[in-house]
Design a protein around this ligand. Structure first.
Ligand SMILES: [Zn+2]
Length: 568
């Protein structure tokens, strides 16, 4: 399943020499070498998604595409001398998972951070930072987070000097566990202009020693004063982060991810990776709402590469804030903050204008709307742009967390896809009811009602806000419980999805939401062979076991993109 180029010609020669035999064994051996598969996965249980249930037998791949799915006997006829045959020993295969709303480069940035959670002394923090710095060229920023001086022997705030001595050549910025303070070293202080003359902003402080020199600890608003001076990562670093994040995703069974709201520089990094043939995971890009960026893309039209590894055909808008911080725009005040209606970031007219331009240029639009007013205003803008149902435009409402029931119906009627994240529901369930109250919960994270209205659910994670692991999304979708099984029976259990619906949301319907369903998202003859081999049947194990089902292999275009080391 590794690179198979070059095998076909030798296969043809060998087949020609066997022509006589082939005629005699016409039923068992293909008549032409072109018919031989590159790969056959036999003795497996395949969930095609396009049709309900499972197929016991074999799946064959030629030139990256599925050419057969059915009984083992039928696949045997596709075996040629160069065909790689893998006996799955009854293991389960699904289409590769697709995350309909994610941030791959941000995941790469998060993975590049030095993890300082659980450090028990300042020395340990310094040792971890020093080790990370050693792997990077001098002058490269080293960032990390998670230290907590309350876990150290003397619970005083650290001072930069020991860190600066241990790591003199790299600027260092490491955040405290709660995000309300950061420690920087001497090299970073020089780069950021932090010296004894710097003033404290309102709502923040640069801690100082007895002589008035900054100690390197920045508290609250002081971080914001200087954080913008940290330079954007170099192109090499961007590339490294994309590749690292892609590897992380492939190991979790994802074969397609999204970049929701990407700027021009990052788009260029993706284009270079794709052109070099090095983009390991399918990536669908939604452009950020930057007028100059959109104008240039709208003039040139969408990008969909022949190999379908990269598409740039979406625009991401943000209509409101988030529910946890009470920034989501509500029609009536927050139940736990009377007088607060949240924050509307874009009005209906602005949304309508971008939607019109995007539609005319062949782009889809995904609009972040978390509160019911955010969704109302967004659907108003889309409806004026559409003038009626336009399911073929595949516009999307991102998050769709709190909606009036009438807007759930309207979303479905207009053909607007609900791009939702099951793990957001299980992260938010402890306090979502406080924010919106009992009555509005009827339209909150209301997947069942969306499906019943005829809406399409494209599932995702919003990683790195949540884990990228689609097994956790599948589990949250079918249980609406946390990983400890709380609450018993699930939160608002009437909105749970069944397992086939959840799998479809993470595969075929996510592909639909990205205009990729003609190529991936199901196990069907003619589609690209993006698939996952699990060590147990993720569709049949008890729901509590879903997060722990192992991933043995992930294939993209019929090639191994991830393989569990312990797999025989
Ligand atoms: Zn997001």
């Amino acid at each position: 399943m590794s690179d198979r180029s070059g095998t076909r010609r030798s296969a043809r020669n060998e087949m020609a020499s066997r022509l006589t035999l082939a005629v005699l064994l016409a039923a068992a051996v293909p008549s032409f070498a072109e018919d031989a598969a590159d790969l056959i996965l036999r003795n497996g249980r395949f969930y095609p998604v396009a049709a309900p249930g499972a197929v016991e037998g074999s799946l064959a791949v030629r030139e990256g595409r599925i050419v057969y799915l059915g009984a083992d006997a039928g696949a045997a006829a596709l075996a040629g001398p160069a065909t790689e045959i893998v006996d799955l020993a009854g293991r389960t295969v699904t289409p590769g998972f697709i995350d309909a709303h994610s941030h791959l480069l941000s995941l790469g940035a998060a993975l590049a951070q030095v993890d300082l959670v659980g450090t028990s002394s300042y020395e340990e923090v310094i040792a971890r930072v020093r080790q990370a710095a050693a792997a990077l060229p001098a002058g490269t920023w080293v960032q990390g987070r998670g230290w907590d001086q309350n876990d150290w022997p003397d619970r005083a705030f650290p001072v930069h000097a020991p860190l600066s001595r241990a790591v003199p050549e790299h600027p260092v910025w490491i955040g405290r566990i709660d995000g309300h303070a950061a420690l920087v070293n001497a090299r970073a202080m020089r780069a950021l202009g932090i010296d004894r003359t710097i003033g404290d902003p309102s709502g923040g402080r640069f801690l100082r020693d007895a002589d008035g020199e900054p100690t390197g600890v920045l508290v609250d608003a002081a971080m914001g004063v200087v954080a913008g001076r940290i330079p954007a990562p170099e192109p090499d670093e961007v590339r490294r982060r994309i590749l690292e994040a892609a590897e992380h995703c492939l190991a979790r069974g994802l074969t397609t991810v999204t970049e929701m709201g990407l700027g021009g520089g990052a788009v260029a990094a993706y284009r270079r990776l794709q052109q070099d043939g090095e983009l390991p995971i399918r990536t669908a890009v939604f452009l950020a709402n930057d007028p100059a960026l959109l104008a240039s893309w709208f003039a040139g039209g969408p990008l969909v590469t022949d190999d379908r590894r990269l598409s740039v055909r979406g625009v991401k808008l943000v209509a409101d804030g988030a529910l946890g911080s009470r920034g989501a725009a509500l029609i009536e005040p927050y139940s736990d903050d009377p007088g607060n209606l949240g924050l509307l970031i874009l009005g209906g007219d602005a949304i309508e204008a971008v939607c019109r331009d995007a539609l005319a240029a062949g782009f889809q639009v995904g609009i972040h709307a978390i509160g019911d007013r955010g969704a109302l205003v967004t659907l108003d803008g889309i409806e004026r742009c559409f003038g009626g149902p336009r399911p073929e435009a595949r516009f999307r409402l991102e998050h769709a967390q709190v909606m009036r029931l009438a807007d759930i119906e309207r979303m479905a009627r207009l053909g607007v896809i609900a791009s939702v994240q099951p793990t957001h529901a299980t992260s938010d369930m402890p306090w979502a009811g406080d924010r919106v109250g009992e009555r509005r919960l009827a339209g909150a994270y209301a997947w069942r009602k969306i499906a019943a209205a005829g809406g399409v659910l494209a599932l995702g994670s919003d990683f790195p806000v949540e884990s990228a692991d689609p097994r956790l999304g599948l589990y949250a979708a079918v249980t609406r419980q946390d990983l400890e099984g709380r609450p018993a029976g699930g939160w608002l259990p009437g909105e749970r999805l069944d397992r086939e619906e959840a799998l479809r949301g993470f595969t075929l319907d996510a592909a639909h939401s990205l205009f990729l369903d003609d190529e991936v998202g199901s196990l069907e003859v003619g589609k690209r062979a993006d698939l996952v081999v699990f060590d147990r049947d993720i569709m049949a194990v008890p729901a509590a076991e879903i997060p722990r089902v192992g991933i043995d292999m992930t294939l993209v275009d019929g090639r191994t993109a991830f393989r569990q080391e312990t797999t025989p």
